[in-house]
Design a protein around this ligand. Sequence first.
Ligand code: BES
Ligand code: MG
Ligand code: ZN
Length: 498
Amino acid sequence: MKITVKKGKALEQKTACLVLGVFEGKYKDEALIGLDQQLDGVLSRATKSKEFVGGKGSFLLLHGGKQTVAERILLVGLGKESAFTLRSLRQVSSSTAKFLAEKQLGSFVLGFPQVEIKKTAFVSRVEAITEGVLLADYRYDRYLPKKQAEKSAVLDHVTLLISDSESPAIAKTAVATAQAIGAGVCFARDLVNAPGNLKSPEYMAMQAVAMAEQVGITAKLLNRRELERQGFGAMLGVAQGSVYEPYLIILEYQGGNAETKPVALVGKGVTFDAGGISLKPAEKMDEMKMDMGGAAAVLGTIMTAAKMKLPINLVAVVPAVENMPSGTAIRPGDILTSLSGKTIEVLNTDAEGRLILADALTYVGRYEPRVVIDVATLTGAVIVGLGNYAAGVLGNHNGLIQHLIKAGEASGERLWQLPLWEEYTELIKSDFADVKNTGGRAAGTITAAAFLQEFADDYCWAHLDIAGMAWEGNGRAGQPKGGTGFGVRVLVEYLRGI
Ligand code: BES
Ligand code: MG
Ligand code: ZN
């Protein structure tokens, strides 16, 4: 899809469809008055009859007449002006793109850059609009019948119409930023949507290496032999039930000077989580191909950071394994020796994410990172607590957590903090090893984080539990059913601010 920026008056645009935003009850701006005149009062009649009043999420598609330059005009309800935010702008851009795509109108002129929001910069608004459109245009259709796939991908050329007082250069920068973010999110979505028979840890590694090459960053892989040599006992414990070979994927981006300590991102990369010997129930087990959503998020983030040339150093580490039941799988009761030297009693083989993260968190300590953020589809409990509306955030440094929460608000990927008081650590003490990998039914998200904390003791650390956010079960505007790429936007926003 092509996105261009253009200055000009709305009613002078020659296009298959001109899109204008309308706040509820506010029909008095220049373009709307002019349009009403050109169409012999159509807009007045539609608002009077309450067919279209600018309500949030409403559309009115009109065909042009003799006097209009555009072939069609789409009026998009923005809802109450006082309630309209950057989040609303992102959403309405997505729903508009979806609406037009379904009508096979792939080229249009979008007037949204002229919609103002209090205390919000033009550059942020254009970014939000572009992001909304790009994410609505995503499809995972490579295994669909050709006809269906062709029909679904129709956005072709979107023109962002900016007012005479705004700078096209600023708008173009915003578009480029949103494209870099969109690329990272879509890369992550593709990885999550890939089915488990294709998506082995090796496949993840190859995708990461190819992406690294594409954006010019360094990639390194540790294979089973090397992991054994170095003592990644917790990660190898999970991997031993699968016929797929495990990989530790390490990507490094250097945008700052060589002495600056990097930010380290760690992503849970379980390519399929059957639960192991503690086998999961059959229902919805297919969705467990998304158990590498954290890995996808950190890989997408480093991709975007490189594309944006952020002035920081970044390392992304992904332990990639498959969690399967088999004759070689770990058993409940097994004791593993982690890379840190700490021993772990495995009470439930389905609590595998924390095992592989334990070793990855120890590993990133070698970088003396300024902060470490891990991202993982770690617990079903976070879905019980927060549903599919926010990721849980916990950690050992409140300043870092607050920064992340702010970045979440700004980017639209919400985070909600849970406590990590020392009492919770009591729940993961084991009778036979340093720690056990489950803390019982209560506070499942927190005891999982308390477990990770045991391996993140040398640095500032935060943990995002994205189990409720990595997969969209129904599909909505800006987010078709499947992998969401959640995490890329909040992490990029955080990294832009440090
Ligand atoms: N991958 C799951 C968590 C998950 C659940 C992700 C639902 C996405 C949607 C994780 O490995 C897991 O199985 N966690 C267990 C931990 C328990 C055994 C302590 C859980 O949450 O039930
Ligand atoms: Mg599991
Ligand atoms: Zn899992």
